[in-house]
Design a protein. Structure first.
Length: 164
């Protein structure tokens, strides 16, 4: 009898391990469209080449005029891309009057439909959190942990470059 129990336990463990290893949490099909936050960037709201920040201001290293804004409204500082498990996250902040006036998402995971669903919900929340906090000390969005952590790392990089 003890051999039969041991054999049954080993068999059940093997079946459970096979099922666990064959579980695929993400749909790996090609994405139909990028997250809404990235769609704005790709819709042609980028500034013209060669534009400069407002007169009397000096941009921090790695800055460009704000996307979708006139140069008089502030300077845009791009953060480093933060690699996450599902892809890179990169943001740029618009600094005006020594404060974060806007946050643009330049890159976010969009390799499949699930990534797009997650980011469509999470990125606006993260942006609002960043604007409210005026720092990278923001709450993680439930269900978008990797994106939230990458967003915060890229945001901190942009804040550091802006000297805020």
């Amino acid at each position: 009898m003890p051999i039969r129990r041991a054999l049954l336990a080993v068999l059940a463990t093997a079946v459970g391990l096979v099922l666990l290893l064959s579980f695929k949490p993400h749909d790996v099909s090609q994405a139909a469209q990028p997250p809404a936050a990235l769609a704005q960037k790709q819709s042609g709201t980028t500034p013209a080449q060669g534009t400069t920040p407002a007169q009397g201001t000096t941009p921090a290293q790695g800055t460009t005029p704000a996307q979708g804004t006139t140069p008089a409204q502030g300077t845009t500082v791009t953060g480093d891309p933060a690699d996450t498990r599902w892809g890179p996250v990169q943001v740029a902040i618009t600094v005006s009057g020594g404060k974060i006036a806007d946050v643009q998402v330049l890159q976010a995971p969009d390799g499949n439909r699930r990534d797009i669903e997650i980011n469509d919900a999470a990125l606006p929340i993260l942006t609002q959190e960043a604007l409210s906090a005026q720092s990278a000390q923001i709450d993680t969005v439930s269900g978008a942990t990797y994106t939230s952590e990458g967003y915060a790392r890229s945001l901190q990089s942009a804040i550091d470059r802006a000297g805020l």
